[in-house]
Ligand binder design. Structure first.
Ligand code: MF3
Ligand code: CO
Length: 248
């Protein structure tokens, strides 16, 4: 069942979303060569807690940190570590959630560390574009499949692999709610969007093939062919007139 949020609830989610976007803005500045992903996690947790919120991911299904920090071929769920030091030319996906006043918000971006290859730049810009084109569409009456199809279209245009084993999701009182938001699909299929739905839309695209696998730590998802992967995510509310990005 897709839970609908009242406008008061969406206001609350916007407060959670503002904390998430503040974290991501800071992460963009702090993700430089020489910094560990553990340090990024510390900075993120500090921002979340000083805003009076709780990190959504910490302890979620036993997850040990406040952010996911996924470097290069890591797709999602990279675990922060003192041993993982960013270096020039890496790309790093940072995913974060904040819980405040009973509601979560969830967002992610992938940033270049210093100068990166042209292909890496193209992967980042295309994945970000796929997310924003999908969001642009959102209003009551469209089908969820229209959103999924849009992501797929931009991925295909860029000849990028689409991660099919993970999806976006509804978000609200729980971090993961219905529906599953696939990054591929057919127009005119799936549930019809209604005002009050809140979706975390999160394309995960690869420079190589679609296939992924999970590392021995049981969390970190990597591309099977070792190709670079990018992840961008926003929490988006469906409103009477269209949509509102809660993590902008
Ligand atoms: N944004 C991530 C997702 O929707 C949340 C990570 S789950 C956690 O999959 F366990 F790592 F917290
Ligand atoms: Co998510």
């Amino acid at each position: 069942m897709i839970e609908l949020k009242s406008s008061e609830e969406i206001e609350k989610m916007l407060a959670s979303g503002k904390i998430v976007s503040k974290v991501l803005k800071t992460m963009q500045e702090e993700a430089v060569a020489g910094v560990s992903t553990w340090r990024l996690d510390q900075i993120a947790e500090e921002i979340i807690r000083s805003a009076g919120a709780v990190p959504s991911f910490l302890g979620y299904a036993g997850y040990p940190a406040s952010i996911c920090a996924s470097i290069n071929e890591e797709v999602v769920h990279g675990i922060p570590s003192k041993e993982r030091i960013l270096k020039e030319g890496d790309i790093i996906g940072i995913d974060v959630g904040a819980y405040l006043n009973g509601f979560h918000a969830d967002a992610a971006l992938t940033v270049p560390v210093g100068k990166v290859s042209g292909e890496a730049k193209r992967l980042l810009s295309t994945t970000k574009k796929a997310l924003h084109k999908a969001i642009e569409l959102i209003k009551p009456g469209i089908h969820l499949g229209d959103v999924s199809h849009t992501v797929e279209t931009y991925a295909a245009e860029g000849k990028l692999g689409i991660v099919r084993d993970y999806c976006g999701h509804g978000v609200g009182r729980r971090l993961h709610e219905d529906p599953c938001v696939l990054n591929f699909g057919r127009k005119g299929t799936g549930p019809i969007l209604k005002a009050g739905m809140v979706l975390a839309i999160e394309p995960m695209l690869n420079l190589g093939g679609d296939e992924v696998e999970v590392l021995d730590n049981d969390w970190t998802v990597v591309t099977k062919d070792g190709s670079l992967s990018a992840h961008f995510e926003h929490t988006v509310a469906v409103t009477e007139n269209g949509h509102l990005i809660l993590t902008a």
